[in-house]
Write a protein that binds this ligand. Sequence first.
Ligand SMILES: [Zn+2]
Length: 365
Amino acid sequence: MVQKFDIRRKMFLLWEFTLKLVDILEQLSNANGVTGREGEVRDLIKSFLKPYVDEIREDKLGNLIALKKGKNSSPTVMLAAHMDEIGLMVKNIKKKGFLQFAKIGGIDDRVILAQKVTVHTDKGSLPGVIGSKPVHIQKEEEKKKVIDADKLFIDIGARDKEEAEKMGVQVGDVVSFDTKFAQIGNGIVLGKAFDNRVGCTVMIETLRRLNKVDCNIFAVGTIQEEVGLRGATTTAFQVAPDIGIALDSTVAGDMPGVGEGEAPAKMGDGPVLTVADAGLIAHPKVLRWLIDSAKKNKIPYQLETGIRGSTDAARIALSKEGVPSGVISVAARYIHSPAGIMNLEDIEKTIQLTVAAIENVQKYF
Ligand SMILES: [Zn+2]
């Protein structure tokens, strides 16, 4: 028995040693967790976090709540990374077997046309494509128009409604984009659901790197962020933290067509600290703590304000009697579309900042 344990321990150490943040990100990005169906992502995060926390559990709604105990019981820091991703949901199966769908989360109608997708049914996953009328038969006015998502459909190759149902499709099945993770360029990655598998990666890596800590850390994978920060609302209530930090992704504005100041964050310039967004004004003490931690450790950072939308931190901040909260993000291009781009160095620096801040927290709170 002892020998068996040794082998297992050695295998774990080997796995542990060779596991890099890019591997974690790749697995999380390729996993599917459209809002409301976060199970696959939750299981993955759980397996990554388990060796590094003292307690881990799933709550009634499906949030994942892990605790790493500190030497002192205060302060309690809540790190929140939402597990869900934007996607689609089957709304109706047409007589001819085509699937009409609703959008889940903020998706631009223009980016979903002609995309490859996966329909997740009780009987398994079905590949499909969002159909579009070929250019050969489009009228001139049609070519100029954006087609409403309501008028689009998913083609899963079913002959008719009956066959689609036999294949397992039901109203309410979720649909994710079919984009495989890839490393491109120099230290750049491409994939789906970077919003917010990058936040999940930062949270996991932070817990892996922290040794003994003074404060209690709750690492929380939240559900249903994209439709109204729902998991953060109920988990903040359960955890009752002293400080809340959302780990998320934000809009990188360094691309053609985005004016100066429209989206100030750039890829490659380090972690992004939210000053204010549509739902949160970062607590001044939290912002000071994060900025000081970056400066002290010579970690580049960017400040962001004026972006529409918000993060889990907005709900944590308003939990119970109120929780000083902030957001640390990674700038990603083309978020809320079928494929995004990020810089691995930004992710590394974001992890470094999160670790440094936690190690430094008792000086501030
Ligand atoms: Zn997000």
